[in-house]
Write a protein that binds this ligand. Structure first.
Ligand code: PMP
Ligand code: GLN
Length: 375
């Protein structure tokens, strides 16, 4: 009778709610607990006095489109036509939805690499497409043999997420080469590249799809200003795509939101001139290291973390309970909220691994690690 039966509330809402209820430190849902740049606050005040309160053009404020093109050029050396190849979206979530809605017809298959973020499956189901969920390997990197075996005539789209939520792994040049080969050998296959953590890598460069000529013609990239400027609540992001694909995306965007809220677009177009995303990696690396050092004397085993603001940890030395049960115990008894990783996979098998978000004040991180060391 209705289109989406049996959809539970998201794990992020659930754990943040439990954190509040139990007065717990919240390292579950991914958002910073620190204030935003005072320059940004000053811009909100100043810009809001101007004539910025009516509808922006459908694809985005021209100034913001231009500044976004500059950001992509400075980050990856890719020259974009701001009028034809960029779309401002209400966060990456809307970017993903728009892309799937524009591309996926009933019966089309879409490859998703598990564990995967939660906003990919539902839009596919709504388009009557078929999500085909392929596990990443033991180290949360792509298994190219499995991926190649899954591609058939019906496969229309592969969704990738790099840097990866929840694992914090990043892809190598060799992975990007495999992906390029896959797209080159399969004419009907397109690529949706979720790069919301593009500016948060620590030791190695982020291998954006923007860097690969062979990927550009068939790739739609989504990103989020929310992650790069510590403003997840603003819900502003952008899509980069070649003109022919962008024209299709705009048809959906026009009726999904028409345009994104004008004030944040005007503010961000000014802010982009003043910020330096190149510092973001170092900023979060300090937090990652603080968290990892603080956890040295705990029973948790930390997995590699190369990007994003998430740290995975195995709790196998504590208990053999499922990660969902362990997270409940953690928040209810020990007053610390984390995310169970099994919920990101179709198979839901528990690897005894949970996710901590370290986009937090140093003080919060210190308190959290002291607490975790006592468990
Ligand atoms: N993709 C991934 C991998 C994410 O972690 C998130 C979470 N914020 C999103 C997409 C959605 O981003 P936004 O909040 O800009 O919609
Ligand atoms: N992306 C955030 C995370 O992974 C969650 C955003 C949301 O709550 N939808 O924690």
């Amino acid at each position: 009778m209705f289109k989406l039966p049996d959809i539970p509330i998201s794990i992020f809402s659930k754990m943040s709610h439990l954190a509040k209820e139990h007065g717990a430190i919240n390292l579950s849902q991914g958002f910073p607990d620190f204030g935003v740049d005072p320059i940004l606050i000053a811009l909100v005040e100043e810009v809001s006095k101007g004539g910025v309160h009516q509808y922006s053009p459908m694809a985005g404020e021209p100034k913001l489109l231009e500044e976004t093109a500059k950001l992509v050029y400075e980050s990856y050396g890719r020259t974009l036509n701001p009028k034809k190849e960029i779309l401002i979206t209400a966060g990456a979530t809307q970017g993903v939805f728009t892309c799937i809605q524009a591309l996926i017809e009933p019966g089309d298959e879409v490859l998703i690499l598990d564990p995967s973020y939660d906003c990919y499956v539902m839009p596919i189901t709504l388009s009557q497409g078929i999500p085909v969920r392929i596990p990443l390997n033991e180290t949360f990197l792509p298994d190219w043999d499995l991926i190649k075996d899954a591609v058939n005539d019906k496969t229309k789209l592969i969704i990738t997420n790099n840097p990866h939520n929840p694992s914090g792994r990043i892809w190598s040049k060799a992975d990007m080469q495999e992906l390029s080969n896959l797209l080159e050998t399969n004419n009907n296959l397109y690529h949706l590249s979720d790069e919301v953590y593009e500016h948060i890598t620590f030791d190695a460069r982020h291998e954006s799809a923007n860097l690969y000529e062979a990927l550009r013609a068939k790739t739609i990239i989504v990103s989020s200003f929310g992650k790069s400027f510590h403003i997840t609540g603003w819900k502003v992001g952008y899509i980069v795509a070649p003109e022919n694909l962008m024209n299709e995306l705009k048809k959906v965007h026009q009726y999904l939101v028409f345009t994104v809220n004008s004030l944040s677009q005007h503010v961000l177009s000014e802010y982009l001139k003043k910020q330096n995303v190149k510092q973001l990696g170092a900023f979060y690396k300090q937090k990652r290291d603080l968290f990892r050092t603080g956890m040295k004397n705990s029973k948790f085993e930390l997995l590699p973390c190369e990007g994003t603001y998430f740290q995975l940890a195995s709790y196998a030395k504590h208990t053999q309970a499922s990660d969902v049960d362990f997270c409940h115990k953690l928040v209810e008894e020990f007053k610390l909220a984390a995310i169970p990783v099994s919920v990101f996979s179709a198979r839901k098998e528990s690897r005894k691994v949970i996710r901590f978000c370290f986009a937090k004040e140093n003080e919060t991180l210190t308190k959290a690690t002291e607490l975790l060391c006592q468990i």
